[in-house]
Design a protein around this ligand. Structure first.
Ligand SMILES: Cc1ncc(COP(=O)(O)O)c(C=O)c1O
Length: 367
């Protein structure tokens, strides 16, 4: 429901699930993440981490970190600041992007926080847990945000860009138009570096009032277990968030990774991968578009795509039987059981996956 106040009864009105009745995930479903889909022997299309990571050179840098001493974040903060053209006062390193959401929920005192869905669920969970009940703006397909969708009263707005799970990339102009005095505008850029040239990123934007950009090293570098990310915001907001952090929140190996991943050769590697992802994604989308019962959310820009399958069969379970783990869509507000998120992998894997999906959805056409 573009721009409407969240009401479970109308949460999916206007989405493609209208005919099937509302699907409202329970609070606990918001804590579901792609890694829960995995099992031995399954091809992993559920977790959006770059395959084959972390690279050996990064492993080596992480292992070389001095873990005997308390961590000193200065070099990593300076490296991140330099990468985004900001002063060090505007950088806060965190134990992953996930920590950033918890810090915001604890340190800021929004009276009308808004989360634009479907999107990553941890920001909403963090806000609710800290006692700031979230107002949902639930977008309908094709999940493109319009400026008027966000209520004027919102004093904290969370948008993913590109958005997990829709893969939609909102324009920087649209995002800028959401900013206003008295409002914190949080852009979750956990997947920004899988878009060539980091198009639409506001990481370096210092002229947008209340802007808070959240970044992660998890996805491109395969560091989910290390816990490292960062916040880019005005110095006062950084100070407020830091005050909510425990001492030494980011370990020495994570700081080493941060320095390594912001270096010129790492950025070049990420950019080359982003270009590669775009080509691989086109092959995956082409193969899925050829299946009549599958609709791919258009204009995907990230390392995953969102699809809707036109069947009442449990396609996710059938795919598991065929050897593929995909990410369920029904735990994302605004989506239902017919939605699946699929990671972009190498082209041969994508073709095999599409063939398996077609066999499930159109068994007669392949016999
Ligand atoms: C959109 C989005 N933001 C943030 C995160 C959390 O990233 P991190 O591992 O840095 O905490 C995830 C992880 O799945 C995500 O999908």
């Amino acid at each position: 429901v573009n721009g409407a106040a969240y009401d479970p009864a109308v949460a999916v009105a206007g989405s493609a699930d209208r005919a099937r009745g509302p699907f409202v995930p329970s609070h606990s479903d918001l804590g579901w993440h792609g890694d829960r889909e995995l099992d031995e022997g399954l091809v992993d299309l559920a977790v959006n981490v770059r395959a084959g990571t972390p690279p050996q050179w990064l492993h080596d840098r992480i292992r070389a970190a001095d873990v005997a001493a308390y961590p000193d974040a200065a070099a990593a903060v300076a490296a991140v600041a330099a990468r985004h053209g900001r002063p060090v006062e505007e950088v806060l390193l965190t134990a992953g992007a996930a920590e950033a959401f918890v810090l915001m929920a604890r340190a800021l005192r929004p009276t009308h926080p808004v989360v634009v869905h479907p999107q990553f669920t941890e920001p909403e969970l963090a806000l609710n847990t800290a006692g700031h009940p979230v107002h949902r703006v639930v977008l309908a397909p094709p999940f493109v945000l319009q400026a008027g969708d966000v209520p004027d009263a919102a004093d904290l707005v969370v948008v993913g860009n590109p958005t997990n799970p829709t893969s939609v990339l909102h324009s920087p102009e649209l995002l800028r138009s959401l900013a206003r005095p008295g409002r914190v505008l949080v852009i979750d850029e956990a997947f920004a570096d899988c878009v060539p040239g980091e198009a639409s990123s506001l990481a370096g934007a210092r002229d947008v009032p209340g802007l808070v950009v959240v970044r992660s090293l998890t996805k491109t570098w395969g560091l989910a277990g290390l816990r490292v990310g960062y916040v880019l915001a005005d110095a006062a907001t950084v100070l407020a968030l830091r005050a909510a952090q425990p001492r030494w929140p980011v370990s020495a190996p994570a700081l080493a990774a941060c320095v390594a991943c912001t270096g010129a050769s790492a950025l070049a590697e990420a950019q080359a991968w982003a270009v590669h992802v775009a080509a691989d994604r086109a092959v995956l989308i082409g193969a899925l578009d050829a299946i009549p019962a599958v609709r791919v959310v258009p204009q995907a820009m990230a390392s995953f795509i969102l699809i809707e399958v036109d069947t009442d069969r449990d396609v996710r379970a059938a795919l598991r039987d065929s050897g593929y783990a995909v990410r369920r869509g029904d735990t994302f507000p605004g989506l239902g059981p017919h939605w699946l998120r699929v990671a972009v992998r190498d082209q041969a894997t994508s073709i095999r996956f599409a063939t398996a999906l077609k066999e499930i959805l159109c068994p007669t056409s392949t016999t």
